[in-house]
Design a protein around this ligand. Structure first.
Ligand SMILES: NC(=O)CC[C@H](N)C(=O)O
Length: 225
């Protein structure tokens, strides 16, 4: 099992993702986007960062890299694909998932631990948790506010594609617990297949016990085990 961690100009969480995966006993290697996907890969991480300086919109330029065509095809074939933070933005911009991520309500970059409520526990990304569990994982973004039009939002809810919502420490999904003004407090969603997911919080920053305040994120990365 080898996971490919894509690297674009301005990615900066690719090494962290590799280290967190390796800590869990999962082989992972960084791959420059222009080299395309390896002939065989057991999973793909689109990591966080500031690809192309967040110009135009965060993720908009990386989403147009030719490798994303390969990622879409792999996702359609059921290869596990996880977009984290800038990777979530690239995922939305490239059509891997519905909706968009835009400027935080605060108009500021926010770097802080948040609580997430696990909305579904029957996906590869959440099999380590129970539905309703509250986990602590950090966010670090300026453009993390999830936006979606009403019809697509209804479809997302009806199809049960919401993985995580921002909540308080007791699991209450409230405006006060919404760090960036995301529609429906949405922090993470599934794509067309349950093997595709994106989320704004950083599970790779909540995995290594030596450097992380919480290791609650490791369950998400265990999807690749
Ligand atoms: N940590 C990240 O991936 C940052 C995401 C993005 N560049 C933003 O600020 O919204």
């Amino acid at each position: 099992m080898t996971v490919t961690v894509l690297q674009f100009g301005g990615s900066n969480c690719d090494r962290d993702a590799v280290r967190a995966l390796e800590h869990l006993g999962i082989d992972a290697e960084r791959r420059w986007h222009a080299d395309g996907l390896p002939a065989e890969t057991d999973g793909i991480v689109i990591p966080g960062g500031f690809s192309y300086g967040d110009y135009l919109r965060a993720g908009a330029m990386a989403a147009r890299a030719p490798v994303m065509e390969e990622v879409r095809a792999a996702a359609a074939d059921g290869t596990p694909v996880l977009g984290v933070c800038n990777g979530a933005q690239i995922g939305a911009e490239s059509g891997l998932v519905a909706g968009a991520f835009t400027t935080n309500e605060s108009a500021r970059f926010q770097c802080e631990p948040v609580h997430l409520r696990v909305e579904r526990a029957d996906t590869p990304w959440t099999a380590a948790y129970d539905e309703g569990d509250v986990i602590e994982v950090p966010i670090a973004h300026g453009e993390g506010r999830f936006e979606i039009d009403a019809a697509a939002s209804e479809a997302l809810e009806a199809d049960d594609r919401i993985l995580f919502r921002y909540c308080d420490a007791d699991g209450a999904v409230t405006d006060a617990a919404n760090p960036n003004g995301s529609t429906g407090n949405v922090a993470g969603i599934l794509g067309e297949r349950e093997t595709t997911a994106v989320l704004m919080p950083h599970p790779e920053r909540a995995t290594l016990p030596d450097v992380a305040a919480s290791t609650d994120g490791e369950g998400i990365l265990r999807a690749f085990a």
